[in-house]
Design a protein around this ligand. Structure first.
Ligand code: RTP
Ligand code: MG
Length: 140
């Protein structure tokens, strides 16, 4: 077993569409554990830190604006290889190309626009997960 933690966000589009329960259901159905959970209105300082790897890219400021446009649900997900596992559950970044069966493939609909509203975020490595958990759950 390789027990990992991942920082998962239900982004403002997913939260506003009432998909939080569906995302959490899929996480639990897979066998991962919700180690921490809360609804947060993220400020731009948090989001700049969260998305630091994308600073300077053309989609960075619009992404920060989108992510601060409404509440998000933040979760610490725990389980065997759950970092890769959740990204598989999420599907590829662009909802149009995401596989059916995945969260983005089944539910994502950023029609005709840049890739932005894709329902969820999941950490991409153990290092990213610990860094991101520190931003979203400083109390842990
Ligand atoms: P995430 O970080 O949200 O789990 O998604 P990801 O790894 O699949 O995608 P990443 O490349 O890290 O991009 C972070 C988020 O930025 C938005 N994005 N917009 N070309 C674009 O306009 C563009 N590319 C990415 C998406 O919301 C993406 O999830
Ligand atoms: Mg990413």
């Amino acid at each position: 077993m390789t027990t990992e933690r991942s920082l998962v966000l239900v982004k403002p589009d997913g939260y506003a569409r009432g998909l939080t329960g569906e995302v959490l259901r899929r996480i639990e159905a897979k066998g991962y554990r919700l180690a921490a959970l809360k609804v947060v209105s993220a400020d731009t300082d948090m989001l700049h830190r969260h998305y630091a790897e994308h600073e300077g890219k053309p989609f960075f400021e619009p992404l920060v604006a989108f992510m601060s446009s409404g509440p998000v649900c933040a979760a610490v997900v725990e389980g065997d290889r759950c970092i890769e596992g959740f990204r598989t559950l999420a599907g590829s970044t662009d909802p149009t190309g995401a596989a059916p069966g995945s969260i983005r493939g089944d539910l994502g609909r950023d029609w005709g626009k840049k890739v932005q509203k894709n329902i969820v975020h999941g950490s991409d490595s153990p290092e990213s997960a610990e860094r991101e958990i520190g931003i979203w759950f400083p109390e842990l």
